[in-house]
Design a protein around this ligand. Sequence first.
Ligand code: ADP
Ligand code: MG
Length: 698
Amino acid sequence: METVSEYFGSLVFDDRVMKASLPAKVYQSLRKTIDEGAQLDISVSNAVATAMKDWAVAHGATHYTHWFQPLTGITAEKHDSFISPSPDGGVIMEFSGKELLQGEPDASSFPSGGLRATFEARGYTAWDPNSYAFIKGKTLCIPTAFCSYGGEALDKKTPLLRSMEALNKQALRILHLFGNDTVKCVRTSVGPEQEYFLVDKTMAEKRRDLHFTGRTLFGAKPPKGQEMDDHYFGVIKPRVAAYMEDLNNELWKLGILAKTEHNEVAPSQHELAPIYTTTNIATDHNQLTMEIMQKVAARHNLVCLLHEKPFAGVNGSGKHNNWSISTDAGVNLLSPGETPYENAQFLLFLCAVIKAVDDYQDLLRISVANAGNDHRLGANEAPPAVVSMFLGDELNGVLEAIETDTPYSGTEKMQMKLGVDTLPKFNRDTTDRNRTSPFAFTGNKFEFRMLGSSDSIACANIMLNSAVAESLKIYADRLEKAEDFETTLHEMIRKTIKDHKNIIFNGNGYDDTWIKEATEKRGLLNYRTTPDCVPHILDPKNVKMLTSHKVFSEAEIRSRYEITLDNYCKTIIIEANTMVDMARTEIAPAVEAYALSLARTAAAKKALDKDILCGYESRLVKKLSALTDRISVKTDELEQALIDLKGIEDIGEQANAIRDIVLIKMNELRLACDEAEVITAKKYWPFPTYGDLLFGVK
Ligand code: ADP
Ligand code: MG
């Protein structure tokens, strides 16, 4: 049997394959494009395309596709075969440099948020040579960016690459100021931890809510939930272990560094974490991981639920975006250094992040906004909707000492004076285990914990990279003009701490008193829902920042606003329609059937002996009838709320109406149905219950 190191990356056209299959000159030229972003020559791309095609065909591929990430949040592909007719009636397998570099999919069915009229249907895809091509099934997949004909980004990769470039540019300015002349580029890296649920497929298929929406829209609390805390890090069940093994193999073949796996807090919830890598590659890999998780699940007669809140009453799923900045020489800029001078540079980067998170709390909140995540944030299982930062005691002590010009009384007592030489030396913080902070420093990286489990990590990283680029730009502008570098640096660090310490919170983020303090005393933003936060992407300060770093054009920002809200509305409308349908055609009839059987029993008993007491039947029938009545009324009300939506043109107003009316009506209907569930005989209930689903995988 092949060992992991033998088959790892076997389906990837990676550096090893390139080196082995390309002429030396072509290889060097391609490396230059990958490492330094140099323009690719057409002769080089022809050679690369041929080598890629030969390698793919040798691995059984018959087709190729430009693989891209439209604004739907999932990936898209259109397959073309390599075949080309030959004069003798046969075919040869062909793939040109032009086909590698650029594709022209019909873009009209992808959301564009008004960026592209449907008559102008052409969009084009452009190869991202940084992210290796890979084989999926019988198709060679080429990671690409997706733009409209006018050049506007219709995807998530393009702005992500732009944001990485913006951060690179500003970080280089800072590093040059610190005397680093050899650094060529600065990149961000991400390790996204992915949570998910596994449920039995045969059971899941009986639930139309899971089928249509990925979450349960009905379901009473099971007798046992997560209260025993016996699942977290618990023994992995055999069926799940077999799934994880199969999943790892598939991911490893695709060069995805799947590393850690364990059970999560809720029953049947699990987590997978890869080893971190460059952000755009991590993003591609996370998209692929989500896709493969679902595919492999089907092979094991399981369904992998990636929804943020598949079950009410038990924890939902998120994604932790572990993020750091490093140079091409592998120096992590968020790692405290050995010397005071290195520490000054570290502190400046740290301050850049603090300032960025405070100044752009709203953009970070927006970057994780979707209908599913609204159920999690602030629900005592995930960070609140208020963005704050955790730094740990040691760093906090250092920052306080700098701000107040007092001796730092950490591991070493030290008098704080102006100037780089006197910034304190301190060790990597090892004490951090705060799990409730939305944005935590964890020794040499930040962990952004607000992301939803189904979301692409692109959006969060676009906003994070851009906001940090903006802080660095402001610092570089000042430092480049400074007469006394060290004094200016020290002053800037001090001022940042003073101005932005409100965003730092080291206590329990799940505590209600924190929300009060955050909003009332500290003036931090608290956008509870998607419709609350998304309009703020259009705030002038946000538009100015994002456009000035060329991450988005104004039209592109507007399109993200439209698409995010449109997506929110559509998601909830589908959920509401599914509820109406299930309540009417499954739940109400089931409750009625049970009531009828009780009534028949009572009638039969009375026929035997008219004096027999039928208190049980009659009380229950009464309760059930009252509930079917309520279910029917609530179903009609929800349906009416959906009809009323049709009169609302503006997407922002529609989203508000959904938040204020539809969601409430959905909840009322659910409550009535859940009440009916617990008093209806199990054999009448039309689909598997929470207990069945959550404890059904052995
Ligand atoms: P925890 O559950 O304690 O947060 P995990 O081991 O599950 O830790 O996940 C940590 C994640 O952080 C992994 O994906 C890991 O690769 C990633 N990571 C570690 N160091 C860095 C770094 N310097 N930059 C970005 N991500 C990192
Ligand atoms: Mg984590």
